[in-house]
Design a protein around this ligand. Structure first.
Ligand SMILES: C[S@@+](CC[C@H](N)C(=O)[O-])C[C@H]1O[C@@H](n2cnc3c(N)ncnc32)[C@H](O)[C@@H]1O
Length: 283
């Protein structure tokens, strides 16, 4: 296995810096397992493991579309990104960013939509994907001197991986994404983090719209998959709430130290404890 595949987007909660730790806790899967990643985001673990069969999913339609376009239209995507690169400046950035507020946006092609997201991701402040309540991208310009807008090698590597293997790309809820998971398959859950703030009035507020009821719904799915004898791994913040939820003699709750590079929750940067929950003995 080669590990030179890097994610094609920077993503809040991206797992690149946790990969060497995750490696130590991988399940004893055989050669014929299907990998499930229902909260795919930038897909750091997918590209690291490069499984032969995988089902990936995200509720964010734009990111799911990027995976399809990278697989099916890498040349056209690279050409669109080269054009964005030629035109890039602050004024152009805001023009592209705000295009999703115009009616014509609905008629843009899959390729134009993916190129827009990748262009904004490389040039916006902090590489965040953030939308307002109307679903419109609202991150300011990043003022980078030389952003790597066209990362041809990364796009081509991701494209060959997605094309040459049996990949199903879904855009929906995490629960449906694991419907077909069966004994021996590996499911990695990397949901939006449980909120770290202990400010009582803010405990149920979550910028990702993934509140504690959602964390509980995910826990139920975790248990169902455990019953189906799937190997399940989950990463999350090391909050009392998450620790209590998964406290079960069958599950191992491991504390790992992560460096959060991008976080939309203020005060959430720097070294921080996270948990990895697994339902198996690692290899
Ligand atoms: C922490 S990020 C995943 C980061 C990813 N592992 C990486 O390495 O880049 C969580 C992702 O979950 C997605 N998400 C939020 N709610 C969801 C839901 N109900 N079902 C599926 N995906 C969801 C978000 O759009 C986001 O991309």
């Amino acid at each position: 296995m080669t590990n030179d595949y890097t994610p094609f987007v920077k993503w809040a909660g991206g797992k690149r810096q946790l990969l060497s730790t995750i490696d130590k806790y991988l399940p004893p899967f055989g050669n014929n397992y299907t990998y499930y990643e229902p909260f795919i985001g930038g897909g750091a673990l997918l590209f690291h493991l490069q499984p032969k069969k995988a089902v990936i999913n995200d509720s964010n339609a734009e990111i799911a579309n990027c995976y399809e376009v990278i697989r099916d239209y890498p040349d056209e995507l690279i050409a669109d990104l080269q054009e964005h690169n030629r035109k890039n400046n602050e004024e152009y950035y805001y023009e592209v960013r705000d295009s999703d507020r115009k009616p014509e946006y609905k008629t843009s092609t899959k390729i134009q939509r993916a190129a827009r997201i990748l262009y904004l991701n490389k040039t916006c402040y902090n590489g965040l994907f953030r939308v307002n309540s109307q679903g419109q991208f609202n991150v300011p310009f990043g003022r980078y001197k030389k952003p790597a807008i066209v990362n041809e090698a990364v796009i081509r590597a991701a494209s060959s991986y997605l094309k040459q293997n049996e990949l199903t790309i879904l855009h929906g809820d995490f629960k449906q994404a694991v419907n077909e998971a069966k004994e021996g398959d590996f499911v990695y859950f990397d949901p939006p983090y449980d909120v770290l703030s202990s400010t009582s009035s803010f405990t149920s507020y979550d910028v990702n719209g993934f509140d504690r009821a959602e964390q509980e719904r995910l826990f139920n799915v975790f248990q169902q998959l455990d019953k189906r004898r799937c190997y399940v791994m989950l990463s999350n913040s090391s909050t009392d709430f998450i620790r209590k939820l998964y406290k079960n003699r069958k599950y191992k709750v491991l504390t790992v130290s992560a460096n959060r590079a991008i976080n939309s929750v203020s005060g959430g940067r720097g070294k921080i404890d996270e948990v990895l929950v697994i339902n198996y003995e690692p290899t």
